[in-house]
Design a protein around this ligand. Sequence first.
Ligand code: ZN
Length: 153
Amino acid sequence: MNCRSFRNQLDALDNDDLPIEMLVHARSCPECAAEAAALKAALSLYRLPDLVGSPDVAPRVMALLPFVPAPRRSVSMGNWLVTGFVIVFSMVLVPLLAEFRALKAVYGNVFTVSLSMALGLFVTLYAGAFIMSHLDEFTRRLKEREAQHGRAA
Ligand SMILES: [Zn+2]
């Protein structure tokens, strides 16, 4: 049996039990075995009794969990903007502090340069985190823009 005939027979199956020749193929072919397992899981999910009518919801929710996408922790755009504003505001205010002037008087330009490098690194890390966490959104907007230009041209 090859993969194509395995999958054709899998689609035509009436019950969950695989015939012996399909079991033999699934033993040697991990892709077909995974396909059969996914179909079996989907069928068992489909055959679950109605969630609303059942007094015991927990086992059914547990059965649904593998099919639910993983939750993503998201920070709102407002929080990102407030944080960025605080960072920039701090960078503007730091040279005005009396402590900054006192440290600059003691250590000279070494202090100014190293503080600038530290703040620059901080801003770079912040911008990197912002971009990495919004890649999906940027990609979606870029595709929308390309689609609009494709229609206009
Ligand atoms: Zn196969």
